[in-house]
Design a protein around this ligand. Structure first.
Ligand code: FDA
Length: 325
């Protein structure tokens, strides 16, 4: 590798680690969420702070042919009452999506539901949301957080999955991260259980003992797991903006006769909207992950870490704001 490339790779990795480390600093998060100057930049990735403002944004995506999954921002909850309040908010969101004839599809974080306090509490809170989803015929996706939560999250998913999924009733899906070394085994088990899996690369800083550290290894694992899920899985969701992997999925679906409605692409709100629209125009299913809420700090920092060029975008904006002030 040329010296310049090696240096810029190292700088990018260092920047990514720093941003992910800062994403855990709660005091910094409190400060950032109070600064008006950050708001317009956050808006690129977070559609709104309130449900009332999020609904028209979700409608606009539907009007453009995109499906949606809604995330009420929040995570790493340490107080039981906060976990219960978050679960209640999800109930309100599901009702609002149904009342407005929007996709009844939400994504939630286990530690937002109290997994870090007590797995029994998370079973109760997520179980309550799933009960409402069964009534509304909605789909719940349990997001995957860092590797310390993987086993407990898969257990939670097994505990709350409604029995009626086999007869076409509401279902609950999970997420697998190609960065984790364990994911081949997890995908094999989940395929055997008829699970609906979303495959992503993984947004957390993980140690080498559990996760691939080189991007090339993470990408190779993604391709391998993606092909497994496309060939043998149930309605997999391919969550990536990686154009090479998206083209590979299309090539495999086309040559192997995998129907366009047998899987879907998923992408984040504010990221590669151009590709999202192109795929919809070509007749592929695309679902946008739409986060809203005031607790956007850790989510926003992970988005910055994914593409360090985003940081210079932020700095340019801050500079411009300063010029106006
Ligand atoms: P990669 O990082 O290689 O990026 C490919 C290209 O996409 C980049 O070159 C750039 O053009 C663009 N891009 C990617 N991220 C960008 C950003 N933030 N800003 C601007 N451009 C960007 N993770 C997790 O650990 N648990 C989870 O539950 C989920 N859930 C989830 C749902 C959905 C719908 C998506 C799309 C992603 C997730 N993720 C996630 C995040 C995921 O693990 C990963 O961190 C990001 O998707 C970035 O990885 P890519 O696959 O896009 O590839």
């Amino acid at each position: 590798m040329p010296v310049r490339t090696a240096l810029s790779d190292a700088a990018e990795r260092a920047m990514r680690s720093t941003l992910l480390m800062l994403s855990h600093r709660k005091a910094l998060g409190r400060l950032a969420t109070q600064l008006p100057v950050t708001r317009p930049m956050v808006r690129r990735f977070v559609c709104a702070e309130t449900l009332e403002d999020a609904l028209p944004a979700i409608r606009a995506l539907h009007d453009d042919g995109l499906r949606t999954t809604v995330d009420v921002l929040g995570e790493s909850v340490t107080v039981e009452a906060d976990a219960r309040a978050a679960a209640e908010r999800y109930g309100v969101v599901l009702d609002a999506l149904a009342a407005n004839d929007l996709d009844r599809n939400v994504s939630l974080k286990p530690t937002q539901m109290g997994l870090g306090i007590d797995p029994g509490l998370a079973r109760e809170t997520v179980g309550g949301i799933v009960a409402r989803a069964v009534e509304l015929g909605a789909f719940i996706r349990i997001d995957m957080e860092d590797h310390s939560t993987t086993d407990r999250t898969l257990e939670l998913w097994r505990d709350v999955r409604p029995a009626g999924w086999r007869d076409g009733g509401a279902d609950v899906g999970v997420v697998i991260q190609s960065a984790l070394r364990r994911s081949d085994a997890d995908v094999a088990a989940l395929v055997a259980e008829g699970a609906r899996v979303r495959l992503c690369k993984g947004a957390y800083k993980e140690p080498a003992r559990v996760a691939w550290q080189d991007k090339a290894d993470v990408d190779a694992a993604y391709e391998r797991l993606m092909l497994h899920l496309m060939r043998e899985g149930r309605q997999p969701a391919l969550a990536t903006h990686d154009v090479r992997l998206i083209k590979r999925a299309i090539e495999v679906a086309t040559t192997e006769g995998i129907a366009k409605d047998a899987f879907e692409f998923q992408m984040l709100y504010g990221v590669r909207r151009d590709i999202q629209d192109q795929l919809v125009r070509a007749g592929w299913r695309v679902r946008t992950y739409v986060p809203f809420g005031s607790q956007w700090y850790p989510y926003f920092m992970r988005r910055l870490a994914e593409r360090p060029a985003n940081v210079s975008f932020i700095l340019r904006n801050l500079w411009r704001e300063r010029g106006r002030g």
